[in-house]
Design a protein around this ligand. Sequence first.
Ligand SMILES: Nc1nc2c(c(=O)[nH]1)N[C@H]1C(S)=C(S)[C@@H](COP(=O)(O)O)O[C@H]1N2
Ligand SMILES: [Mo]
Length: 297
Amino acid sequence: MNITPEYLYQKRRKFLKLGIGAFVSSTLIGSKLSALNFIKDKNLDNLKISDEELATNYVNFYEFSTDKRKAVSLAQNFNTQNWKVEISGEIEKPITLNMEDILKFPLEERIYRFRCVETWSMVVPWVGFELRHLIEMVKPTNKAKFVKFTTLLDKNQFPDQAALFPTIDYPYVEGLRIDEAMHPLTLLAVGMYKKPLKPQNGAPIRLVVPWKYGFKSIKSIVKIEFVKDQPRTTWQNYAPSEYGFYANVNPNVSHPRWSQANERALGDFFTKPTLMFNGYEKEVAKLYEGMDLRINF
Ligand SMILES: Nc1nc2c(c(=O)[nH]1)N[C@H]1C(S)=C(S)[C@@H](COP(=O)(O)O)O[C@H]1N2
Ligand SMILES: [Mo]
């Protein structure tokens, strides 16, 4: 019989597992989230939400480890105290925001499909705000054509960044075209399952672009830059023939080493067909009108 109230258990676990830094930052976000009257996503598509334990324990976060389980355990002491996000480049109002500032954007819950390029998928109830609100605040100039995102670079915290031969180039960089970044589906997430993001899922703030492969949804962001030219991303650098800039979920365009036609939802035994633009075709297809999606993969 478990007689420990869930909130006490949670509290104790936090103290045992998290460094004090992560604790401070996640309590800040946690108190904000618990005070929040969520604009509840009505889940009109009736998506089956993934089990929270699976979604928080089966992760890709190469800075910690390429091994999904190891990444979770190595992430537990991640320090997000005094986290800042620098917003710069082709904008009228460059600014550096702390998490308190960021939590003033209108937070809401969004239940999204999420599809990794490795063919696993999940459905996550994110908590976040539309990136376009931040973009509107900083007033991009007409030279701003792309948005470039950068993850924290910190060899003291990320074992793979300190390795003699890191797996990928760091810091992790991603990018979106400005109209993709302005799309109302594009989120900056600070939470999932009504709680602050866990370190392994990209605390304290990450991108979520639900119609693109998961690697576009960059974690633990410290910099957002508005740029003229299409930024070169980490995965393009790693293998340009395998990971394109657009990375739109597309069952008709195979990865050179495997098909993208099907996927397996976390916890499921059977696979199911992958949907064009991950099920968001109605909302986003117009962004790519006239583009050859085999070339611009
Ligand atoms: N900084 C950083 N962001 C990242 C990654 C990473 O290794 N480092 N992995 C990406 C990949 S491949 C996926 S599928 C998603 C996984 O998000 P999740 O672990 O929260 O499910 O994060 C993406 N964002
Ligand atoms: Mo991924």
